[in-house]
Design a binder for this molecule. Structure first.
Ligand code: FAD
Length: 244
């Protein structure tokens, strides 16, 4: 894909952070930590930072990204053949991202997870990662507290399952009874970007917002990775329709 971008005249700039965006009548100015660039149009897919980038462009501040860490375990290699396929729980339509599943990975190992616990840092991948700014933004947001109130039971279950391996194991044993605590080995977590509306509604669909010259993918929850190509086609269609 990268080769396709570059052979068609595109440029991929990695490790460069956009620090501000300013939209003008005939262009969009981006300031980065290595300088800046101008564009006729901007498509922003900033994941955990989608809300902040959208705000720079004047998008209505009626949602916020709340980061939820998803923790996994990996089974020992002797258990690589324990399942032949992915095993998922029947989803709760109100909280479709909950429920640990067993996944055969591309390298043959089997992962168990993820759960969903509040992360106190947007790109905080360790259990104790903390950012005062990120925490303050979440904890002072009324939408977050409304979500917590509405999901007190499942939220506390997820937290306890994260703190106590035996509880996590009990979830996995519902579909894979022969698993033991000693089978669960550390595996890197991920952090979900979950858009939450001010009224406490968790956005389960894709949320795309626009200005005259910019498009923002503000919420792209699972299965957005799996669906990346059709989402990309839809965003491209919308980009073509923006101001020329
Ligand atoms: C634990 C977990 C399990 C998941 N499981 C699945 C699954 O099984 N199937 C599935 O389809 N999806 C799954 N997902 C969801 C999937 O990862 C997301 O839907 C997808 O990554 C969203 O893509 P995105 O491009 O919108 O955002 P991201 O993949 O988050 O990409 C955003 C990028 O923008 C960059 N960025 C942000 N701000 C700036 C800035 N200011 N300057 C420069 N760069 C910036 C970030 O560094 C990042 O690279 C899972 C997610 C998690 C966390």
């Amino acid at each position: 894909m990268a080769a396709e971008v570059t052979t068609n005249g595109g440029e991929i700039r990695l490790g460069e952070r956009v620090v501000s965006v300013r939209e003008e009548a005939d262009q969009v100015n981006l300031e980065t930590d290595r300088g800046g660039m101008r564009a006729r149009r901007l498509i922003a897919c900033a994941g955990l930072f989608a809300g902040r980038v959208a705000k720079w462009c004047g998008i209505e501040d009626d949602f916020k990204i709340v980061p939820f860490r998803g923790e996994y375990y990996r089974l020992g290699s002797e258990k690589n053949k324990i399942v032949n396929h992915l095993i998922y729980p029947v989803p709760d339509p109100a909280l479709p991202f909950l429920g640990v599943h067993l996944t055969r990975m591309i390298d043959g190992c089997v992962t168990v997870g993820p759960n969903a616990v509040l992360s106190l840092k947007r790109e905080g991948y360790s259990r104790f990662a903390f950012s005062a700014a990120d925490s303050l933004e979440t904890l002072t947001y009324p939408g977050f507290w409304r979500v917590m109130r509405q999901n007190l039971r499942s939220g506390s279950d997820e937290l306890l399952n994260s703190l106590f391996k035996t509880r996590y194991l009990a979830q996995c044993r519902k579909y894979c009874p022969e698993l033991r605590a000693s089978d669960l080995h550390d595996y890197p977590p991920g952090v979900r970007a979950q858009a939450v509306m001010r009224d406490g509604t968790m956005v389960h669909d894709f949320l795309i917002r626009k200005t005259r010259r910019t498009i923002h993918v503000c919420n792209a929850p699972s299965p957005a990775a799996t669906s990346a190509m059709p989402i990309g086609r839809e965003v491209a269609r919308q980009a073509v329709a923006l101001a020329a």
